[in-house]
Design a binder for this molecule. Structure first.
Ligand code: MSP
Length: 520
């Protein structure tokens, strides 16, 4: 069972349905969306899955606090995720919700496979459970005060008869897989972390007594037990493709090319999930791509700290005409894989420098000159046409995108824009015009316009709205979302095409905000 050459399956983690999304969640889905858009441009048939993780004790407790049933509560939260994803221009193929009936079927079917395989057994368990992490924890993992290091809350003692999964049986196989497949865990520095965790592996409890957690998927043939929320959650990647009821779609897209996840849930994706798939005799995903955490002014985003920033907050705070500045900032403010810090000041400075000034001015000044010198039409160029984007740079940018190096891809694209601005300054089209050197003027204008067109295509996975806007101002037809990577070199601007100078792609952001969370 192998995915067809042309298929590309990208997923995000599914988000706990206990609070509306903030910029940390947005970061992950924007990265996955850029990956999906890039691969679509290179001719892949992309399936992009995202969604909400709706079961478990945490959601059950939050719903109770709000005085509504868990289902009512998750309906509201799933809706808010969908709205924010639409707002962020996320082009997913399916939004999966783990309370959906087909997901229950998938989880049940997977459970049965693991049971038949002899990898699930019953045993009694005494231990500690952190509801925040939805995981059993050990004394040695806690702070000296006995608190969960992630949530700074005490875990609850649990004594139950549960089902267990023979995780330890797969220890060597997983280690071998990691050793043999350097692309499996990216970036590479995360591999050591997983290999260390594998050293201390124990079997895991994969069910909870219904009296402790009722909001979940019952164990097949044992309704007093509920399937552990991580088994439930990880299975979403199979449900998303219709496993086991729609084998055709599943066989086309599985194994996943990339699961995009945050560093806090690496163990579940690099140990539990591969073991479950090995037990079910299904191929493993090709890459688990681990991103860092976004903080606000270097502080963890947290409701209790009161520093939660949502994408909608940013749009309002800076009166953004569209969300591309958010998408752009998120993917360029840090090296993908490392942590990133959001501050209003850096956001404003970066967006103004790169998008409003560098790119926006280039488009604006070029089309203004074109209106003046060539009545807004793409001019005929002479034989010595030069191109500012060489083949090597283009290949490098493609490689950066293929390796999830968004920041580097954008930096190289922005160098092209810099170069184009510098080229205009050096060539002085206004002087060429004054001197009546129309042939050279046409060459210069064409060269710059081509660089603008290429930059729009190169940035399209990250800033689709701005790219579309540039596309239209250049007089190009159609939707840039349908663009093909080969057009960057292979489809130059047609001579005589009428351009349409429009309003700037982005006004300068002017809000005088000093710290995150403070208003004007
Ligand atoms: N429901 C589980 C994942 C199950 S996947 C089969 C979960 N949910 S979560 O809502 O807590 O996190 C969802 C994703 O958002 C995770 O990949 C997590 O790392 C990411 N992020 C949550 N806060 C984040 C930041 N502040 N910054 C970057 N990513 C963050 O874990």
């Amino acid at each position: 069972m192998t995915a067809g050459n042309n298929a590309y399956y990208v997923t995000t983690a599914i988000y706990y349905a206990n609070a509306a999304p903030h910029i940390g969640h947005a970061y992950e889905v924007i990265a996955a969306d850029a990956i999906a858009r890039f691969h679509k441009m290179t001719g892949k048939n992309v399936f992009f899955l995202t969604g909400t993780d709706e079961h478990g004790i945490k959601v059950e407790k939050t719903a109770a606090r709000h005085g509504v049933s868990p289902q009512e509560y998750v309906n509201q939260i799933a809706q808010s995720f969908k709205e924010t994803w639409a707002f962020l221009n996320i082009g997913y193929s399916r939004f999966i919700r783990t309370s959906e009936p087909d997901h229950h079927q998938t989880v049940g079917a997977l459970w049965k496979l693991l049971l038949e395989q002899g990898d699930i057994y019953k045993a009694s368990y005494t231990g500690l459970y952190c509801a925040g992490c939805e995981t059993f924890t050990r004394q040695l993992d806690l702070t000296p005060e006995g608190l969960c290091p992630n949530h700074l809350t005490p875990p609850e003692p649990v004594e139950e008869e549960n089902y267990f999964f023979r995780l330890t049986k797969y220890k060597q196989q997983i280690m071998d897989h990691i050793e043999r497949n350097p692309d499996f865990i990216q970036p590479a520095f995360r591999r050591t972390e997983v290999l260390n965790q594998l050293e201390e592996l124990e079997d895991i409890s994969v069910s909870r007594a219904k009296r402790s957690v009722s909001w979940g998927i019952p164990v097949p043939d044992d309704p007093e037990q509920v399937i552990y929320v991580w088994i439930d959650a990880l299975s979403n990647y199979l449900t998303g493709l219709g496993w086991p009821n729609h084998p055709q779609q599943f066989e086309q897209f599985w194994p996943a090319n990339v699961h995009v996840i945050g560093k806090d849930i690496l163990r579940f994706h690099a140990i539990y999930w591969p073991a479950m798939l090995m037990a079910a005799k299904l191929p493993l995903p090709k890459t688990v791509l681990v991103h860092g955490f976004i903080t606000v002014s270097d502080t963890k985003i947290s409701k209790s700290i009161g520093n939660v920033v949502t994408p909608e907050d940013l749009a309002k705070r800076f009166e953004l005409p569209h969300v591309d500045p958010i998408r752009y900032y998120m993917l360029t403010s840090c090296v993908f894989g490392q942590d990133g810090s959001y501050t209003d000041e850096e956001f404003k400075n970066k967006i103004n420098a790169d998008l409003a000034n560098n790119l926006g001015n280039l488009l604006n000044r070029t089309l203004n000159m074109l209106n003046k010198y060539f009545d807004g039409q793409i001019p005929r160029y002479g034989k010595e046409m030069i191109t500012l984007l060489d083949g090597d740079t283009l290949n490098e940018i493609r490689e950066h995108y293929s390796h999830f190096q968004f920041n580097e891809a954008v930096q190289k694209t922005m160098s092209l824009v810099d170069q184009a601005n510098k080229y205009v300054n050096d060539q002085e089209p206004w002087t060429l015009h004054k001197e009546g050197n129309l042939e050279q003027l046409a060459n210069v204008m064409y060269t710059v316009l081509e660089a603008v067109r290429q930059a729009a295509l190169l940035l399209a996975p990250i800033t689709p709205t701005i790219s579309q806007n540039i596309w239209e101002q250049l007089g190009c037809m159609g939707n840039i979302e349908e663009a093909d990577w080969r057009w960057i070199q292979g489809l130059p601007l047609p001579v005589g095409q009428k351009t349409h100078l429009g309003s700037p792609i982005l006004p300068r952001l002017e809000s005088e905000i000093v710290g995150a969370g403070k208003k004007k």
